[in-house]
Every structure is written in structure tokens, then in C-alpha cells.
Write a protein that binds this ligand. Structure first.
Ligand code: ZN
Length: 397
């Protein structure tokens, strides 16, 4: 126990040193859809976005034939699923499309061509109703090999518009704990924490997308081992507005049950002190479960950031919101304000231990779609509350 506390205290110090001069991710506009359809002779490509996109379109003949659309750095959030890169099928002269970030400040959409084609028309449409998006439209028409070669040799820049900053949905990055060779905690019945966290992440993502108020990304969507620093790096490079790591606990006593929340803030030392006096039993559980090492590694990755109290604010909302749904929580720890480890990332972040794998009821509830609904609703409620007070801040970023 003592070693763990010492580590935490030194992490607090490290956070205070590292917190100065951290840089927040730049604001980005979202691309929300790429649609490709037939339009007479032409194949029409429509790129939908929250704001008018500055763009440059050109034809490349080297290697495979393709049309390239260069954009400022955008958030790829196609049909509500946010990712660093992706691809889709084409029709007509387009055999398929791919998108990704190209450089630190640019993103790129590539249309692979089934046959030689040129950009016959190119225009932008502004939304006519409030639900509509800005549209960037290209019509591609089949061309002779000569016409294609000529177009490829002439990289004239397309029309550009000044990008505007639009209000956008906050991006929630969900991090399902463990994965691949790292199963995490194991229940008596043989459930693996890595599977429990992934299933919960899917359920949470579905509920958040249903509200249409958020974009959602997962750090992993398969049974994949990912280093902790890569999880955090991914969240940052996507421009996350909130990071939630999902885990499931293990304790020495099968009777220990309930969810708990960890986060980082500058008030850490005080709270750790409170924890030592008031909640020794919880700290004992921590040491025996082997969790401190894991938590500390995650915290260490989040430390080198600007100091904020948003994580603590969110964690408080999260703990309360989950408790209100009737899902079991380790309430004592929160009343004493002793169970938070409060350092600070530039992305508000919390680690949710959903329950105990070592408790039969918790383990069963975490994998029951019906019972887990309480937990998911609790998390969504906290996210709603968090961003209700934050709308202006997000819109201004
Ligand atoms: Zn875990």
C-alpha cells in the first residue's frame, strides 16, 4: 500500500512539472459523409461537412489512376463513426474511396478510378435547412487515355473558400481496457475483462450515437492488444473532447461490489491524504488486485498535459449519475473524496471501473444487456451533464 501511495504522490509532482506549456489539439471541421452515385454519364461524389471546406482536387496517373481531394485537417466522422482513416465502395468510374490524415495539418480523400476519368464539374452547396450539411460536389466523367493524361499533367488548384469554424458535436473517445494477449481480470465463471469492457464500449457507443449529440470513437473495436500510450495518443490525435477508459475490477473478497471512478487533477495530494485516513480498506483492495500498477501507467500517460479540473468535475458527475440509476457503486470512497487520483490531461479523462469481476452479481450484470443498460444510461447522463455546461467552450474551439 505504502509503495502505491508514494508512486501516486510522485506522479502528482510530475504532473505539476509537466503541466506547463502543453498544447491543445487545433480545432477541426467534420466530414460527416462521402456519397458516390450515378448521375447520367457522370459519377457524382458528394463530401458533406459542418463548414465549407477549403479543398484542392487533382488527378494522379502515376501508379493507379485516382482523383485526389486535399482538405485542411478534418475530423473523419463518416456516418457518426469517427476514425483516423477508412474506406468505402464506389460506383461508376469510381471503384472505391479511401480517406486519412495526410500531414499534421491536412487530410486527404482518394477516389480510385475503375477507368480513366476527369473532373467535369465541381461546386459547393450551402445548407438550405438547419439539418443539412455543406456539400462539396464533383462530377467525374469517363475520358480517353489522352484526356486523362493531360488532366493529370495539369495540377491546377481548384476553387478555394475560406474555412469557417462551425459548432460541432463533442467527440467522445471510449477506451475498452485490455485486449489481445492481455485479458485483464477474470471472473469465477471464466469471463474476461477484455471482453466485458469491449461489449460495454459498444453498448455505450450505440447509446451516444442514438442521441445524435456526439461523435464517438473507440481505441479498439476488436480483441486487440494496444499499448496504453497508443490509446492516449489516438484520443489526442482524433481531437477528443472526453476520454473514458472502461475497466472491470478484481478484489480479494468476492463480496466487494460496485463501480468506481478514477481521474486526474491538481487537488490530487489532498485527496490521496484523505483516502489514507478514511479508506484504508479500499487501498488494501487496490494493492491486492494489482490494479495500482495498471492505473498508474494510465495516469502517467495522461500527466503531461495542461492542468484542468474538468476531469474531476466529470468524474464526480459520472459517479453520481451511475449511482442514481441504481447500479452498485463504491459510494463510501466518493463521499470521503479519497478515491480520486487527480492529475490533469489536456483531454478531460476518467477511468471507470464498472464493477468487480470477482463479484458474481457484478460480473453477470456487466455482460447482461438489460442490466447493463443502467450503467450505460448513467454514463450517458453524466456526459450530457458535462457538455451541457460546456457547449460554448466546445463550439469555440
Ligand atoms: Zn482493467
Amino acid at each position: 500500500m505504502r509503495a502505491w501511495l508514494l508512486t501516486l504522490v510522485s506522479l502528482v509532482g510530475l504532473a505539476m512539472l509537466a503541466g506547463v506549456g502543453a498544447q491543445a489539439a487545433p480545432p477541426v471541421d467534420r466530414v460527416t459523409a462521402v456519397r458516390i452515385g450515378g448521375e447520367g454519364q457522370a459519377t457524382r461524389v458528394v463530401v458533406e461537412s459542418d463548414a465549407p471546406l477549403k479543398h484542392h482536387v487533382f488527378v494522379l496517373a502515376a501508379g493507379s489512376s485516382r482523383v485526389v481531394v486535399d482538405l485542411p485537417r478534418v475530423r473523419w466522422s463518416i456516418n457518426g463513426l469517427t476514425a483516423e482513416a477508412g474506406s468505402g465502395k464506389g460506383v461508376g468510374v469510381v471503384s472505391g474511396y479511401r480517406y486519412a490524415h495526410n500531414t499534421e495539418s491536412t487530410s486527404r480523400l482518394v477516389l480510385d478510378l475503375a477507368k480513366p476519368a476527369v473532373v467535369a464539374r465541381e461546386f459547393m452547396l450551402s445548407p438550405k435547412t438547419s439539418g443539412e450539411r455543406h456539400k462539396l460536389v464533383f462530377d467525374l466523367e469517363p475520358a480517353t487515355a489522352e484526356a486523362f493524361a493531360a488532366a493529370a499533367a495539369d495540377p491546377a488548384p481548384g476553387p478555394a473558400t475560406v474555412p469557417q469554424q462551425a459548432a460541432r458535436n463533442p467527440l467522445i473517445v471510449i477506451d475498452p481496457g485490455h485486449g489481445g494477449k492481455d485479458p485483464g481480470a477474470i471472473s469465477k465463471s471464466g469471463l474476461l475483462e477484455k471482453d466485458v469492457t469491449l461489449a460495454a464500449a459498444f453498448a455505450l457507443r450505440e447509446e451516444l450515437l442514438k442521441s445524435k449529440r456526439y461523435d464517438v470513437a473507440l481505441t479498439r473495436s476488436t480483441d486487440l492488444f494496444i499499448e496504453l500510450e497508443d490509446r492516449v495518443t489516438k484520443a489526442r490525435s482524433l481531437g477528443a473532447d472526453l476520454f473514458i477508459a472502461l475497466h472491470a475490477d478484481a478484489g480479494p473478497k468476492p463480496s466487494t461490489s460496485g463501480a468506481s471512478v478514477y481521474t486526474l487533477s491538481q487537488e490530487g495530494e489532498k485527496r490521496i491524504d484523505g483516502a489514507r485516513r478514511a479508506n484504508d480498506w479500499i487501498l488494501d483492495v487496490e494493492v491486492d488486485s494489482g490494479r495500482p500498477a495498471e492505473v498508474n501507467r494510465i495516469l502517467a500517460d495522461l500527466v503531461q498535459r495542461e492542468t484542468k479540473n474538468q476531469s474531476a468535475r466529470f468524474a464526480q458527475m459520472l459517479a453520481e449519475s451511475i449511482a442514481q440509476t441504481g447500479w452498485p457503486t463504491l459510494e463510501n470512497a466518493h463521499r470521503q473524496k479519497g478515491f480520486y487520483v487527480l492529475l490533469s490531461p489536456d483531454v478531460p479523462a476518467a477511468l471507470l471501473e464498472m464493477g468487480f469481476m470477482t463479484n458474481d452479481n457484478d460480473a453477470a450484470a456487466m455482460v447482461s444487456e438489460t442490466k447493463r443498460r443502467k450503467l450505460v444510461n448513467g454514463v450517458v447522463g453524466a456526459i450530457d451533464q458535462f457538455f451541457e455546461n460546456q457547449t460554448r467552450l466546445v463550439a469555440a474551439r
